[in-house]
Design a protein around this ligand. Sequence first.
Ligand code: PLP
Length: 226
Amino acid sequence: MVKDNLKNIRDEMNNACERSNRNLDDITLIAVSKTKPNELIMEAYESGVRDFGENKVQELLRKKEELPDDVRWHMIGHLQTNKVRQLLGNTVLIHSIDSIRLADTIDTEARKKGIHVDGLLEINIAKEASKYGFIEEELEEILPIFARYKNLHIKGLMTIAPNVENSEENRKNFKKLKKLSVDIIDKNYDNVEVEFLSMGMSGDYIVALEEGANLLRVGTGIFGKR
Ligand SMILES: *Cc1c(COP(=O)(O)O)cnc(C)c1O
C-alpha cells in the first residue's frame, strides 16, 4: 500500500521534473506521518524514505525514540514556545517559525543548549484568517531582525496553501512564494538564506514542484486518510 503510493508519487515527481526541467535529486519528499503508527512509517522507511514530518512535539519525540536513528525529523506544525526546549536537537528543520516571539525563544534555548538550529519562516501566502504565519507585507520589517540571532538560522520559506478543489488554483500562491524567495535573496539579509522552499501537500505537490518547491510535505497521499 504505502510502497505502491510512494512509487506513484515518485513517478509523478519524476514526470513533473522532466516537464519543468528540474532535477529530481534536488527535491526532497517529506512523508507526513502525524497520527500514523510506526508500522506504516516503517513501510515508507523500507521504501527508502528518510525524511518524516510531524506536527506535534510529543508525538515527534516518541516516534524518534522508537524508530531508526537515521530518520530525519521535520517539525511542520505550529510550535508553542513552552515546547521549544524539548524539541530542540531532535529535528533537522523547523518549518513553522510563525512569530518573532517563537524565533526569540528558539534562539535563546538553542544558545543554552549550545546547538545551532535551522528553520523556515512560515508565510501565510493567501492571508487566510485561519492560518499562522507572516504575511508578505510585514517581511521587510521582520527580516532584518534575524541578524541578531546567533543560534537560529533561517534557511527558507514554508507555506500551507489554501485547501482548494483543483490544485491549479494554488499555482498563483506557489508562484508568489517563489517570487518572494527570489526578492529575499536579492536583498541579502544577514542570517537569512533561502535554500529551501517547503510547499505542496497531497493535493497540490505536483503544481508546487513545477513552481519551484524543493521540500514537498505529503501525508494522505502516502499513508492514506487520517
Ligand atoms: C498534515 C500536513 C501536511 C500533509 O497534508 P496531506 O494533505 O495529508 O498531504 C503537510 N503540511 C502540514 C503543515 C501539515 O500539517
